[in-house]
Design a protein around this ligand. Structure first.
Ligand code: GLY
Length: 366
């Protein structure tokens, strides 16, 4: 076994160990971010968007190991989320159901599991603003976030499963509006766009979690790489592939090979410029997906190599918590919301989930 393969395999096993320990310590609890290394702390979550990732890790482990016990646990933790299929108050249903009910459905083709996905997709689509042609964020009716690119595939799933052309067209329109208003010509992204609710006209870019309206909030850029790449698999429209590639090229131009990026590429040098391993993990996983889709072999190799280099870095002691006694997460040095001081320099469950996903994919490549 090569050294890299060994490091990746150890990281996967460590992640499985941490998930098991969290299940035993706090049964039926969905972690979000740690405080001083502990998942359960009663801190503010700002919005409840991350409850699918812990169960999502269980699905990854169940698939990787073939263990019936992990499979039963993944199903149990997924069922705890089922009621959220009706939640129309937030844009995050994709983050909750894509890591959980989608793998469950892919494994079983059970129509009852698909019904949950379709209902969740339709609940999300009720947030469609027809004048502005976007799915509105939880922040305000006039707000569109880059994060929603990770959720819109759930609307596509519902549209395709029920052959609903209107729903499909709304999902496509959301992606076009996002590309026009949030993705800059250089491939960078703003987090938020604001619209005029009377006319639907785009007014300006702004941010919730980034350094500023004109900065590259790193996780948002990673969401865009991953989101547009996923959407391309659903639309086969070269426009979506081109956006994902533009995002990826921009990310790689700002992030030297094998380095973990700061939480915002534009945050000024100094104590606030700290790393975000969750952005690194999402970008690595998105780049591996994009490498499979890109029609240009040179690009594909560049994306794959960059993703593997980033994962290799994340496997070292500075980032992997395996040498940090009592730490409950997998990746150290993640950032949730720097401005609100939630989960700053901590583990995040989405960082852990996308890291596990990317390591699983990399283990099939190296
Ligand atoms: N709300 C999604 C994120 O923090 O990236």
């Amino acid at each position: 076994m090569s050294d890299l393969r060994l490091r990746l395999a150890r990281a996967f096993d460590f992640a499985a160990h941490q998930v098991k320990a969290t299940i035993e310590r706090t049964p039926d609890f969905s972690p979000s971010y740690t405080r001083e290394g502990r998942w359960k702390h009663g801190g503010d979550v700002w919005t409840d968007w991350s409850s699918g990732f812990h169960a999502g890790m269980m699905w990854k482990i169940a698939e990787h190991t073939g263990s019936a016990e992990w499979r039963a646990t993944a199903e149990h933790y997924s069922r705890l989320l089922q009621r959220k299929q009706h939640d129309r108050s937030a844009h995050d249903l994709g983050f909750i159901f894509i890591p959980t009910y989608l793998p469950w459905y892919r494994l079983t083709a059970d129509p009852a599991i698909n019904d949950v996905l379709v209902t969740a997709g339709r609940s999300l689509a009720t947030r469609y603003n027809a004048k502005g042609m976007y799915l509105r964020s939880f922040v305000a009716p006039e707000s569109l976030l880059i994060d929603i690119m990770m959720n819109v595939p759930l609307v596509f799933h519902a549209a395709i499963a029920t052959e609903d052309q209107l729903l499909y067209d709304q999902a496509v329109a959301h992606c076009r509006t996002t590309a026009q208003t949030l993705v800059r010509p250089d491939g960078g992204t703003a987090q938020e766009a604001i619209f005029d609710l009377d006319t639907g006209a785009f007014l300006c870019q702004t941010t919730e979690q980034g350094f500023g309206p004109h900065s590259d909030w790193t996780r948002g850029l990673a969401w865009s790489i991953y989101g547009f790449a996923t959407v391309y698999t659903l639309t086969s429209d070269p426009t979506d592939l081109a956006v994902a590639e533009r995002n990826a090229d921009h990310f790689l131009s700002r992030c030297p090979t094998g380095t973990v990026p700061p939480w915002d590429f534009d945050v000024l040098p100094g104590p606030d410029r700290i790393e975000d391993t969750s952005a690194a993990a999402i970008a690595a996983s998105g780049l591996l997906n994009l490498a499979e889709l890109s029609l240009d072999p040179t690009r594909a190799t560049r994306y794959r190599d960059a993703a593997i280099a980033l994962l290799d870095t994340l496997c070292h002691d500075r980032y992997l918590a395996s040498s940090t006694p009592e730490w409950e997460g997998v990746l150290l040095h993640g950032v949730y919301h720097f401005q609100k001081k939630f989960g700053v320099d901590e583990s995040t469950i989405w960082g852990d989930y996308y890291f596990l996903e990317a390591v699983d994919k990399a283990l099939r490549l190296v």
